[in-house]
Design a protein around this ligand. Structure first.
Ligand code: NDP
Length: 493
């Protein structure tokens, strides 16, 4: 146990042991070794964290800061995070096997994680209310935006820091305080983020982190009477449970849930572009991205050639340990998920779907590795075509005419993202209008920016992250009626 690091939870800018002294282990999915012990927070710990967030909101100073002052704090946070990107990335890699390139280069090259802080730092003092020309004499009716107060954030394991920053920047910009609950499968990068942010000089209680399990930490946090809004990212089943808990106190929610995103390939597609784009849209991160394009819909005139080429591209992927610079696809993020993905592959094979590339050949003695897996000729109604695998598994369906492919593309409970590959941009735009998805990519995939809202249609969720809409979700309007010539006759005279 010498190398095992023990974490504490974070409330009021201080580190705490859990009240009942319980911890759980965090496993490195690249090796299967235990590398950290994490607090198993329960009600008393949740009360402490929510109490800290409540005090910071109501007693100040955070709840009383002017918007421009909040903006300066947000930009400071962005600077600190970018300085410590490598350290945060290293922890996330140990926790969920994500390649170090997952967070570090994206910060250094594109700076997109810092972009969120700059973007929302600038937006703090630009969320203007309005004067409403209400039909009432001698009245000024104005509308202002206000924060909710204490917001809870429930996070998944696939990309905790990225998920968190998309939530935190608009939420703090809006003036709320926060209690976060990362997944028990990947808690440590969120705790490390709190350590790093000591340099940003945030007032105590603005950011708080409890760790633990969905039922014993997530549920009580969502249900806490002082939590006024819940921001959830996770699977659709988890989302339903959280929404049911939140409904007890009619709490507003944002829900960023799962997907089964279609990649539609038209007969006139640039095949090199489309094959590379489809492969890049599913296999990196081992398919553990919410918008992974895991349902391939290829026109019957090109499906044979397309799948042959896709198999050739996918075979080249180097699956391996995240600390090997040659690695292109790391392990599945944790053992239960690894076993679940293998089970789905076995079941799809047993159902008679044609296996064109079998990622199980990349499994190893230690660590949770699965290579790219491609199924051909999968019926639209099958389990594989309908339900998220969240692994490096793509299933191909064939289509003949436009009506049919739109129907197939929309024929799941999900609506997170879609890709369309065609040289005929007018046709692609027409199809984009008819696909039920919160994000549609034409001849590209996986782009995202702080300025551009993302979110789901149907059971992929509601609310948006990024853009103006992302901040709106963390605010509520208040309508104020001001009499300019106060006069109230006796109503009963
Ligand atoms: P889960 O839904 O299993 O868990 C998400 C979080 O919810 C975890 O912190 C979990 O805790 C917690 N939780 C589970 N049940 C409850 C409950 N009843 N009350 C309160 N909290 C609860 O998702 P995964 O962690 O498995 O993440 C993978 C999923 O996330 C995929 O479906 C993926 O598509 C989706 N996702 C969506 C994104 C989007 O933007 N749309 C982005 C990234 C992922 P614990 O696990 O500790 O028990």
């Amino acid at each position: 146990m010498a190398d095992v690091r023990t974490f504490q939870f974070f409330a009021s800018n201080e580190w705490h042991d859990p009240a009942d002294g319980g911890y759980f282990d965090s496993e490195n999915p690249a090796t299967g070794e235990i590398w950290a012990r994490v607090p198993d927070c329960r009600q008393a710990d949740i009360d402490r964290a929510v109490g800290a967030a409540k005090a910071a909101y109501y007693d100040g100073p955070w709840g009383r800061l002017l918007p421009a002052e909040r903006g300066r704090v947000l930009r400071r946070i962005g600077d600190v995070i970018s300085r410590y990107a490598e350290r945060l990335g290293a922890i996330e890699t140990r926790d969920n096997g994500k390649l170090p390139g997952g967070i570090t280069p994206s910060l250094q090259q594109g700076g997109w994680l810092q972009d969120s802080w700059n973007y929302y730092g600038g937006m703090c003092d630009k969320f203007e209310g309005r004067l409403i020309p209400a039909e009432a004499p001698n009245i000024h009716n104005y509308l202002k935006w206000e924060p909710f107060g204490v917001v809870s954030m429930i996070l998944p394991w696939n990309s905790p820091i990225g998920t968190l920053i998309w939530k935190l920047a608009p939420c703090l910009a809006a003036g709320n305080t926060v209690v976060m609950k990362p997944s028990e499968q990947a808690s440590c990068s969120t705790l490390e983020l709190m350590d790093v942010l000591a340099e940003a000089d945030l007032p105590p209680g603005v950011l708080n982190v409890v760790t633990g399990f969905g039922a014993t930490a997530g549920g009580p946090l969502v249900d806490h009477p002082d939590v006024r809004m819940v921001s959830f990212t996770g699977g659709t089943a988890g989302g339903r449970a959280v929404a049911a808990t939140a409904a007890r106190q009619v709490k507003p929610l944002t829900m960023e849930l799962g997907g089964k995103s279609p990649q539609i390939v038209l007969p006139d597609a640039d095949l090199d572009l489309a094959v590379n784009g489809v492969a890049a849209g599913i296999f990196p991160a081992g398919g553990q991205s919410c918008i992974s394009g895991s349902r391939l819909l290829v026109h019957q005139s090109i499906i044979g050639e397309f799948l042959d080429r896709l198999v050739e591209v996918a075979k080249k992927a180097r699956v391996g340990a995240p600390d090997d610079p040659a690695t292109q696809i790391g392990p599945m993020a944790n053992r239960p998920h690894y076993e679940a993905v293998l089970d789905r592959i076995c079941k799809a094979e047993a159902a008679g779907h044609k296996l064109l590339l079998d990622g199980r050949e990349q499994c190893r003695e230690t660590g949770y590795y699965i290579g790219p897996t491609i199924f051909g000729a999968v019926p639209t109604g099958s389990d594989l075509a309908q339900n998220e695998v969240f692994g490096p598994v793509v299933s191909a369906e064939v289509w003949d005419d436009e009506e049919e492919v739109i129907e197939k593309a929309n024929d799941t409970i999900y609506g997170l993202a879609a890709g369309i590959w065609s040289r005929d941009v007018t046709r692609a735009m027409r199809m984009a209008d008819r696909v039920e998805a919160g994000t549609v990519y034409i001849n590209n995939y996986f782009n995202a920016a702080a300025q551009s809202p993302v979110g789901g249609f149907k059971q992929s969720g509601y609310g948006r992250e990024n853009g103006w809409e992302g901040m709106q979700c963390y605010m509520q309007t208040k309508s104020v009626w001001l009499a300019t010539d106060p006069h109230q006759p006796d109503p009963f005279g």
